[in-house]
Design a binder for this molecule. Structure first.
Ligand code: ZN
Length: 349
């Protein structure tokens, strides 16, 4: 503890400071803080729980996997995961101390993953029916237990501390059961999932001009907002991983068509490796890499390859300190820290 240095490097605005203080109003924290004999502890006023950094070894500049799934189906193949293999993935992540977070929390650095655990983001592309299939039984809508949402919901019940969530990137088909689109989109929102943009017709934006890029993105927002009004569709997974030409890349982030405008907080590529911490100086929210969540034809860069690399410390994983208001890193990582991170307290050890 003695050699721990704590730097408050950007003061919160008056408003945020008020919010932050109200977050730590419980008596337990107050008494812990007043019991502390370390003056440095007093500075760390937004911390909820004290942890032993040398035991937990947080590294909030380690890497985070954004997993990319497409289909859940009976025959495993390049773009299909069987229900049992998807369950195996969730179990493996759980046992290896990964916990899911929302995509927007990843890019904004609002990471509340429990201390000692590693955040992971789950994404599904294309909005096929096997992602979310329902049927009616005795007048009630039931979720197919072997579709992605059915498996995630079952896992959420059996493993409540996995913080189960995922983002579904949609096109025009929206899970291919037209009569249930309204039910499904509302179900996702009410149950802690997110909905992202994959363009209305799965358009390859690497071969599109700026008008087509903006049209493809805006039209999907229009369709989604017909069902869930005002929901901010502000994340984009590039179809085929096709990146717009450099001069038009800005339109994958911001644009407008037919008076529908967008401002994406995350643009996701297809390949192929764990990506940087949001606090890393080279983190780019508009070019987030994803990991193929599969074991078939993954060219040694699939989910299980990276899990092994993390296990063997060939890749350094993000390990949370359990407090989204602090960035906790080993001393030798300071040079890759984004110095412009606002409203966070830096802790090095
Ligand atoms: Zn796709």
């Amino acid at each position: 503890m003695k050699n721990k240095s704590i730097i408050i490097f950007i003061l919160l605005t008056l408003l945020l400071s008020g919010c932050s203080k109200s977050n730590v109003s419980n008596n337990e924290v107050d008494s812990k803080m007043s019991d502390s004999t370390q003056p440095n502890e007093m500075k760390k006023e937004s911390s909820n729980v004290k942890i032993d950094y040398n035991e937990i070894k947080p590294n909030e500049l380690g890497k985070i996997m954004v997993l990319m799934y497409h289909n859940i189906g009976q025959d495993e193949s390049t773009w299909v995961r069987t229900p049992d293999n998807f369950r195996k993935d969730l179990n493996t992540l759980y046992e290896k101390k990964y916990r899911t977070i929302r995509l927007n929390d990843y890019v904004s650095g609002n990471i509340n993953t429990k201390a000692g655990f590693t955040p992971v983001v789950i994404t599904f592309d294309d909005g096929n029916e096997n992602n979310f299939r329902v049927f009616e039984e005795d007048g009630n809508i039931k979720i197919d237990p072997n579709c992605a949402v059915g498996i995630l919901e079952e896992f959420k019940k059996s493993h409540p501390d996995f913080d189960t969530t995922a983002t579904f990137f949609l096109n025009s088909n929206i899970f291919n059961q037209p009569e249930y689109v309204d039910y499904k989109l509302n179900f996702l929102l009410e149950n802690g999932y997110d909905i992202g943009n994959h363009t209305l017709y799965h358009t390859d934006l690497s071969k599109s001009n700026k008008e087509t890029i903006q049209k493809s993105i805006s039209q999907e927002i229009e369709v989604i907002n017909k069902y869930i009004k005002d929901y901010p569709v502000n994340t984009l997974a590039l179809p085929f991983g096709g990146k717009p030409q450099e001069e038009d890349y800005v339109y994958s982030i911001k644009g407008e068509y037919n008076s529908i405008s967008y401002n994406n907080t995350a643009v996701l590529l297809v390949g192929w490796d764990p990506y940087k911490s949001p606090y890393h100086k080279n983190f780019d929210f508009s070019k987030i890499h994803r990991v193929r969540a599969s074991e078939t034809n993954v060219d040694n860069v699939g989910l299980y390859d990276w899990l092994n690399d993390f296990d063997e410390n060939k890749q350094i994983r993000y390990i949370s300190d359990g407090d989204s208001s602090t960035i906790c890193i080993p001393k030798n990582y300071e040079d890759v820290l984004n110095k412009n991170i606002k409203d966070k307290i830096l802790i090095t050890y």
